[in-house]
Design a protein around this ligand. Structure first.
Ligand code: SF4
Length: 108
């Protein structure tokens, strides 16, 4: 076996990245620390991931590579950050124009 084959195989296994929806949304904080993001940004990134054609590949890669930072496949990889779609915890930041209430899923 040659190392060239191994390199080609590795590159091929990451080809899905070029089709990620996040590539066109560099304005969002995909690699920021969770406390440096707003609920709205997390919700927006999560919604984009939900409709991303390579979400399964992305989730598999993050899990396989034991990624512990950044926003991948619909959630921040920091284990202490709640899953956006698992409960109301993602939307507790006060929203403009709502009198200090949380956003979608927040307390009314
Ligand atoms: S699932 Fe989300 S983080 Fe992963 S490639 Fe798609 S848009 Fe990017």
């Amino acid at each position: 076996m040659t190392t060239t084959t191994a390199r080609r195989s590795r590159a091929g296994s990451l080809a899905w990245m070029s089709r990620g929806v996040c590539l066109d949304r560099g304005d969002l904080p995909w690699i920021a620390e969770p406390e440096q993001t707003t609920a709205w940004e997390r919700l927006t990134m999560g919604a984009l991931c939900q409709n991303c054609p390579v979400r399964t590949d992305c989730a598999g890669c993050a899990s396989r590579e034991k990624v512990t930072a950044g926003f991948w496949a619909g959630r921040h990889r920091d284990a202490e950050v709640p899953n956006l779609f698992a409960g109301p915890g993602w939307a507790v930041d006060p929203q403009p124009g709502l009198g200090g209430l949380g956003g979608l899923g927040g307390a009314a």
